[in-house]
Design a protein around this ligand. Structure first.
Ligand SMILES: Nc1ncnc2c1ncn2[C@@H]1O[C@H](COP(=O)(O)OS(=O)(=O)O)[C@@H](OP(=O)(O)O)[C@H]1O
Ligand SMILES: Nc1ncnc2c1ncn2[C@@H]1O[C@H](COP(=O)(O)OP(=O)(O)O)[C@@H](O)[C@H]1O
Length: 172
């Protein structure tokens, strides 16, 4: 399950809430957190279009390996480009592994208020550039399996909606 959306949209928070629920039910789960991946698997990559694409393909590769071995992979990673996300979907399809895309569609105004890592403030102060959704592209998924308006519901409600989708698909 890929959770795509802007920085501070709630991807990581919702993924961990869902992971907790799934583990309680006895599922094996791994959350492939973007920051951790960038520290290890994608060390050295930046935020150019090419590097983001490479990052997303690496994570997609690992997610498919986990999923095809019975571990539910939850991926809270921005993945701003449609073609990168589609390539990941295709890899799963080719391998016969289920794949679900969830758009955490929190508006940029709400994300920049949350500003968990202070990136929106830094961008506004001219200290960084190329911030997704502000001065770098975010291509919204046109037909995700599910769209979550995190600003309209609690973390628990969002996680429950994701869980319901997995159940509906026979995945939880
Ligand atoms: N310029 C810029 N744009 C977007 N994000 C930035 C940037 N610089 C650092 N960060 C932080 O790195 C996290 C994004 O990494 P990801 O691997 O999720 O993104 S990507 O799919 O490769 O675009 C992202 O994490 P989240 O906030 O959890 O989404 C940011 O905190
Ligand atoms: N309804 C909500 N859903 C998700 N996150 C929320 C909500 N309300 C407030 N938040 C907060 O917003 C922040 C989202 O940060 P995070 O999950 O790290 O986002 P992302 O992984 O998309 O960058 C967290 O501090 C979280 O507690």
């Amino acid at each position: 399950m890929w959770l795509t959306g802007l920085p501070s949209a709630g991807k990581t928070t919702i993924a961990h809430e869902l992971a907790g629920r799934l583990r309680t039910e006895g599922h094996r789960v791994e959350v492939l957190d973007g920051d951790e991946i960038r520290e290890f698997l994608s060390a050295g990559l930046g935020f150019s279009r090419e590097d983001r694409h490479t990052n997303v393909q690496r994570i997609g590769f690992v997610a498919e390996l986990l999923a095809s071995n019975g571990v539910k992979a939850l991926v809270p990673v921005i993945a701003p480009y449609t073609d990168s996300r589609e390539a990941v979907r295709k890899r799963h399809q080719n391998e016969g592994t289920a794949y679900v895309e969830v758009h955490i569609a929190t508006p940029v105004e709400v994300c920049s208020e949350r500003d968990v890592k202070g990136l929106y403030a830094k961008q506004a102060a001219g200290e960084i550039s190329g911030l997704t959704g502000v001065d770098d592209p975010y291509e919204e998924p046109e037909s995700p399996d599910l769209r979550i308006e995190s600003q309209r519901q609690t973390v628990q409600e969002s996680a429950a909606a994701l869980h319901a989708l997995l159940t509906e698909r026979g995945l939880a």
